[in-house]
Design a protein. Structure first.
Length: 131
């Protein structure tokens, strides 16, 4: 059967899906729409998440546990600064292309699992699976 999405999502899908497919190929992982854009007709920003393996996260930005701690405590390390810069660059690029305020984050599995009880819509799939 056909998936039914909240009205707020229906208007975003045609804009986000063509952009999300190359992003999914870049990371070889699914791309998800999360957050307030799933419910609000005019959200402040559009939250997009990509979950990579712990090994891939570590290869790009260092130990994910150190990264996580550095989000909440001062004394960020080079990996967390590089992570912030990379996510900022991806978000800025997407925001310019889509004319939306995109908040794109690449997350390790444990961070994504903290939010697994919340709604999300897969963007890179032509079926746009709802989870």
């Amino acid at each position: 059967g056909q998936l039914v999405h909240p009205p707020a999502v229906v208007g975003l899908l045609p804009r986000l899906q063509p952009w999300a497919r190359p992003l999914a190929l870049r990371f070889n992982r699914p791309v998800y729409l999360v957050g307030s854009a799933l419910d609000l007709p005019d959200p402040r920003d559009v939250d997009v998440r990509v979950v990579v393996s712990t090994e891939e996260f570590e290869a790009r930005w260092g130990d994910p546990e150190v990264w996580f701690r550095s989000l909440w405590w001062p004394g960020r390390n080079d990996g967390s600064l590089r992570y912030a810069a990379d996510c900022w660059d991806l978000s800025r690029e997407a925001s310019l292309v889509l004319s939306l305020n995109i908040d794109l984050q690449v997350q390790p599995p444990f961070e994504a699992m903290r939010h697994e009880h919340l709604k999300r819509v897969r963007l890179d799939d032509t079926q746009a699976e709802a989870v």
